[in-house]
Design a protein around this ligand. Structure first.
Ligand SMILES: [Fe+2]
Length: 422
């Protein structure tokens, strides 16, 4: 469906079909493309082009508040995903989150399945990990740091999250102990980008969230490795050494002339909503929105990925436990987080009403309770079944998820191959 909109209504994720007026006025050699790069969005806004044709069948529709210049059909509104009553109940109502009134970033384009995005997400993740590792190493060696180099990394991660919100997030849960800190940075960047989009923050705020996520733990490059990578619980003394990393990170980021948002998130990502966090014991909206988002994403990534001293909780188990930690997180941010990942995130082991076990392979865009799953095991006979893909939103009446299951209790290993394969 072709629609003509004003250039200030254009946002990331739209498919540009053409520009109104002379080709001299628009800044691109090609007129038809999927708009994924924030820089290209800026070029359109800064150009003399006043109106743009978009193809809503190939990208995001126009759902800006202002009416379109002309439209061949009414603009569609985005459906709100259904929310588990249990999760809602676990998250009391908080003060409204301040959302900037400027251009909202799209939640996701979902150009294909999670599995189709995995290969590209792996490439982006590997490159991003390398860049973060190099940043840490250069900083340790006292070399000059140019944070501008990180902008492209954040853009690539953001573009992957835009194509499919779960591919990068699911992939970065899998990591080795020696790459933990670097992948953690990449993962928190992806998670913060996805949650910021879910909360419909502006394009600029989504970018700020991604950069802050990538750099939030930079102070850990000054944490002694024997504390950082200790295979076991930290002593009180070691924990107080570890707790210095937010302030140490701030000192580094100020030296590197990082943005105010990045410095704020670095300092406050361990604050808790009830005021019991560190280093400043801030509470509620004293903590910036980006830092409240960082707090949720940082903890989720830490508990759902393999660490030097413990195996990971599954994605669904991680969310279940976080929902019980009253006072830790901003409830409104946590709800947005759950909407982003799903109540049964990709990779979750679930039991169906048919007494079959399945792994979640993709989310339904509008209903968190009916993801796509891969059925592979009979819980009744405890034997493998021929694998089959099942879209629970189209399943026969009565075929639904009964509950989440713990993979370790069933002795399952390498469930990853079940959600990674197409
Ligand atoms: Fe941290």
């Amino acid at each position: 469906m072709l629609k003509k909109i004003t250039s200030d209504q254009v946002c990331l994720g739209m498919y540009i079909h053409g520009f109104e007026g002379s080709w001299i006025d628009h800044p691109f050699w090609k007129a038809r493309f999927l708009l994924q790069n924030p820089r290209d969005l800026g070029k359109i806004r800064d150009s003399a082009v006043t109106a743009v044709w978009i193809d809503s069948s190939k990208g995001l529709d126009c759902r800006a508040a202002a009416p379109a210049v002309a439209s061949e059909s009414p603009a569609s509104s985005a459906a709100t995903p259904a929310m588990s009553p249990a999760v809602v109940a676990a998250a009391p109502v908080a003060a409204p989150v301040a959302v900037a009134p400027s251009v909202k970033a799209p939640a996701a384009v979902r150009l294909g399945s999670c599995q189709q995005e995995l290969a590209q997400a792996a490439e982006v993740s590997t490159h991003a990990k390398y860049q973060v590792a190099r940043l840490f190493q250069d900083a340790r060696l006292g070399k000059a740091i140019d944070l501008g180099e990180m902008d492209a990394v954040v853009e690539q991660i953001s573009a992957s999250v835009l194509r499919h919100p779960s591919a990068m997030i699911s992939l970065t849960r899998l990591r080795t102990a020696d790459e933990y800190t670097y992948i953690h940075s990449v993962s928190v960047c992806a998670l913060m980008t996805a949650v910021a989009r879910q909360m419909e923050l502006s394009t600029a705020e989504v970018q700020a969230a991604g950069t802050a996520g990538l750099l939030h733990d930079v102070g850990k490059l000054l944490t002694p490795p024997e504390v950082l990578n200790k295979p076991g619980r930290l002593t009180d003394e070691e924990f107080s050494v570890m707790k210095r990393h937010p302030e140490q990170g701030v000192a580094l980021l100020q030296e590197w002339q990082a943005s105010a948002e990045t410095i704020d998130v670095c300092r406050h990502h361990h604050e808790k909503f009830d005021g019991s966090g560190y280093p400043d014991g801030l509470a509620g909206t004293q903590i910036s929105l980006l830092s409240r988002i960082a707090a949720v994403c940082d903890v989720y990534d830490a508990i759902s990925s393999t660490r030097p001293y413990k195996t990971a909780w599954s994605p669904a188990e991680s969310i279940r436990r976080m929902a019980e930690w009253t006072g830790h997180f901003d409830p409104q941010v946590f709800q947005a987080f759950v909407k982003t990942l799903g109540i049964y995130p990709i990779g979750s082991l679930v039991r169906l009403s048919t007494e079959q076990l399945a792994v979640v392979v993709d989310q339904h865009p509008d209903n968190l309770l009916t993801p796509k799953v891969r059925v592979f095991f009979s819980s009744r006979s405890r034997t493998p079944l021929p694998q089959r893909l099942l879209d629970l939103s189209r399943a026969p009446a009565g075929e639904r998820i009964l509950r989440r299951e713990l993979p370790e209790e069933w002795g399952f290993r390498n469930l990853e191959r079940l959600w990674q394969q197409a």
